[in-house]
Design a protein around this ligand. Structure first.
Ligand code: HPA
Ligand code: ZN
Length: 416
């Protein structure tokens, strides 16, 4: 094999492609006619673990496995990633410390004299990938690496700016991004750690037209007094771009109710409240988030269905779930995409939304999440458009701004 070439497998046969080739290129080497069917939608491809892939996806690593089958299925043609990228979208659940560009990490590490596990963008993305994690705790360990280069105001500002530019490039019209200012001490004070990303978000919003909001996270494994301190600083910046308060971190054994004072403070002063729950632990954790902490939205909520009464209450109260399909696979919250309850909850009337959680570590874009909901879970165009609007309607925005966002996105969706 020549250098710069990769060997991947299509329907169990090895084929050589150049680095950076797409799935379509690999299938074309295997069988030109089959590639034509793939592009026209008459054949579909999956990866080595059975997840749907788009013809335009990169093949990624040497040794990657693809299966392509011709479908006799009649029905509407599959939505391509290209089309879903053009859809206007909104995202409510994404971690700033999970969304760095690999090249930016390398630049920051070089200028700050920090050693990273790899020295090319591709190798770094591989080293930070959470594919193959065995639990939420193992998944969260990767954040220590990204956080290591995020301990200056300039770094935080640049990362926030670039994140919004990247989200805008896939037509995200509104995004709430979250992080915990406490994880930037002692290098920065809490106010410095809030002002820096706000500067980046403001600059990117002005340039791209994408609306942004910052969500401050308490951390379950830190003392509740730190969560209260964080809620206070979040409230101080309420009119300067902070829109909400969240609780993140290892879930099992670290109950949300211990952080109730922070939620109370945030809610009393008009911030939106959300809480990661039902991801690393069961429905009782969701119950605590809603009933002890007064969360208005739930981060993930994947295990909600284990408690029928709670599911009913979530439907009745129109509590939005910020769901993240691929992240749930990586944390082993679900065993496979096919088993993910997203579609079940949607059909049951839950206000579900789609989110990335972490673009870098999970290796997904918001477009990818919509593609997986479509190609993996079978959601059609109408249902997916409803999910986009669910996200807009669940934004932590004043009512009049929310109405404007919903109207804008709805008319863009109709014009497609
Ligand atoms: N769950 C809890 N805390 C987190 C996560 C998550 O998925 N990602 C980053 N912090
Ligand atoms: Zn999260």
């Amino acid at each position: 094999m020549r250098s710069g070439e990769l060997r991947v497998f299509v329907n169990e046969k090895p084929v050589s492609v150049t680095r950076g080739a797409t799935v379509r290129d690999a299938v074309e080497v295997f069988d030109r006619e089959l590639a034509g069917l793939l592009v026209s939608g008459a054949a579909h491809a999956t990866d080595g673990v059975g997840r749907p892939v788009d013809a335009s996806d990169p093949v990624g690593e040497g040794g990657a496995i693809f299966r392509v089958v011709v479908t006799a299925r009649q029905g509407p043609p599959r939505l391509s990633k290209d089309l879903l990228r053009r859809w206007p979208k909104a995202e409510l659940h994404v971690h700033l410390d999970g969304c760095l560009r690999p090249q930016t990490m390398l630049d920051l590490a070089r200028s700050q004299g920090i050693r990273l596990p790899a020295d090319t963008p591709e190798a770094l993305a591989r080293a930070l990938s959470v594919q193959g994690s065995r639990s939420l705790e193992e998944y969260l360990a990767k954040y220590e690496i990204t956080l290591s280069v995020m301990q200056t105001a300039q770094a935080l500002e640049r990362i926030a700016y670039e994140f919004v530019v990247d989200a805008a490039a896939e037509n995200v019209r509104y995004v709430e991004v979250r992080y915990s200012p406490a994880l930037h001490r002692p290098a920065l004070t809490l106010t410095e750690a809030v002002e820096a990303p706000l500067r980046g978000l403001g600059r990117a919003a002005a340039e791209t037209g994408t609306k942004t909001g910052l969500v401050v996270c308490g951390i379950r494994t830190l003392p509740p007094s730190v969560s209260l301190e964080l809620a206070r600083v979040a409230v101080d910046y309420k009119d300067a771009g902070v829109v909400g308060f969240d609780l993140a971190g290892a879930e099992r054994g670290h109950p949300a109710r211990e952080h109730r004072a922070a939620f109370e403070y945030a809610a009393r002063h008009g911030l939106g409240c959300t809480c990661h729950a039902g991801e690393g632990d069961g429905p009782d954790s969701i119950h605590q988030a809603l009933h002890d902490c007064g969360a208005q939205r739930i981060g993930h909520g994947t295990r909600l269905g284990e408690d029928a009464g709670l599911l009913e209450a979530v439907v009745e109260r129109k509590i939005p779930l910020e769901m993240c399909l691929i992240s749930n696979l990586h944390t082993r919250t679900v065993a496979s995409l096919a088993e993910h309850p997203f579609k079940r909850y949607l059909e049951r009337g839950v206000r579900v939304t789609l989110n990335t959680d972490s673009r870098l570590m999970d290796g997904v874009s918001l477009t990818d999440e919509y593609f997986h909901a479509h190609a993996g879970l079978g959601l059609g165009k109408e249902a997916l458009a409803g999910v986009v609007l669910n996200a807009c309607e669940s934004a932590f925005l004043p009512e009049y701004e929310k109405v404007a966002l919903v109207a804008r996105v709805q008319s863009e969706l109709e014009a497609l």
